[in-house]
Ligand binder design. Structure first.
Ligand SMILES: NC(=O)c1ccc[n+]([C@@H]2O[C@H](COP(=O)([O-])OP(=O)(O)OC[C@H]3O[C@@H](n4cnc5c(N)ncnc54)[C@H](OP(=O)(O)O)[C@@H]3O)[C@@H](O)[C@H]2O)c1
Length: 293
């Protein structure tokens, strides 16, 4: 029943030291569909400021959230930024309607996207710039070479990938140093664990998106509303199922940075409190072996 030790920080690209319980800002956009400006702009600012107060220093966003509005909200709430804040954004996806996204990984599009993010975020260099998804109509090498050029020009500090396979990560690593990978993974959806393991082996940050199992376009966290093993372990720790689901991710590998998304400060506080849970080896075994949540 020993508790496992839990490193709280991770160095992205060996130099950006972040708290492993971060915040995913996508939900602070127009709903449904993460499209347009967040309806309660002031409440969004307050939530972002509360996240910083609680020790969050890693915030994930993307040009396509809005598009653009989410980055503007972050700048409006937090600029001038705390010295240790790491903002990760993404380019390479165009969003023209609530339910419509299209990859564009061409050099021209990524350059435009990066410049626009720099302006909206009011910075000279993006800490972590992630290719949002590979574009099936553009050579993957063209996308990665463009990110490498932007890095040489000083506009990007570190390059990340999202929605990728191991072979795509390997191909990208032939061209540039890859600091992070962001794929969908949570306690109930573990199909991508081999990508996580590859990242762990190569000291690449792994940022599991939808850590509470949310549908990308719908509100609500399936892992907050469960019965069975998760609920039983949560009761034992006097915590909620969603907190145990986040804690499981933090225990799963030391290169994981979790970015739960929420629009409510009470949920934010609850999610961040998950960083202090010490799961036992038995808890982890039970969670790993559970078939459904
Ligand atoms: N790279 C990609 O392609 C990609 C795709 C999707 C997401 N992402 C990133 O991943 C981040 C997180 O993903 P996500 O927001 O889709 O999913 P999520 O973190 O799994 O869940 C968010 C949903 O769960 C609810 N929730 C959060 N905390 C809760 C709590 N303590 N109790 C009950 N419900 C709670 C939220 O509703 P309330 O607002 O009511 O709390 C929200 O609807 C995004 O912000 C984005 O940065 C990346």
């Amino acid at each position: 029943m020993n508790s496992t030790s839990l490193p709280t920080m991770f160095f992205i690209g060996n130099d950006l030291n972040v708290n492993r319980l971060g915040y995913g800002a996508m939900r602070l956009t127009g709903q449904p569909g993460n499209f347009g400006r967040y309806a309660d702009w002031e409440a969004g600012k307050q939530l972002l400021r509360r996240a910083i107060e609680l020790g969050v220093n890693f915030i994930d966003t993307a040009e396509s959230y809005g598009p653009g509005d989410n980055e503007e909200l972050i700048a409006s709430a937090l600029y001038p930024y705390p010295d240790d804040l790491v903002i990760a954004t993404k380019g390479g996806v165009l969003k023209t309607a609530p339910d419509s996204i299209r990859a564009d990984g061409s050099s021209k599009s990524l350059r435009r996207s990066c410049e626009a993010s720099l302006q909206r975020l009011k910075i000279d260099q993006i800490d972590l710039y992630q290719l949002h998804r590979p574009d099936p109509n553009v050579s993957f090498a063209e996308s990665i070479e463009t990110l490498a050029e932007l890095q040489r020009e000083g506009k990007i500090r570190h390059i990340g990938l999202s929605n990728v396979t191991i072979s795509q990560i390997e191909a990208a690593r032939q061209i540039a140093k890859i600091a992070s990978v962001q794929n969908r993974l949570n306690l109930a959806e573990r199909a991508g664990e081999e990508v996580l393991d590859f990242c762990t082996q190569h000291n690449i940050a792994f940022i599991p998106y939808a850590p509470l199992g949310a549908h990308p376009l719908k509100r609500g966290a399936p892992l907050a509303n469960t019965e069975g093993t998760l609920t039983e372990i949560a009761a034992h720790h006097d915590m909620k199922p969603n907190q145990i689901a986040l804690s499981w991710m933090l225990h799963r590998a030391s290169n994981i940075i979790v970015i739960p998304g929420t629009t409510t400060i009470s949920h934010l506080e609850e999610n961040i409190a998950a960083a202090s849970i010490a799961l036992t080896a038995d808890d982890i075994k039970l969670l790993n072996e559970a078939q459904a949540f």
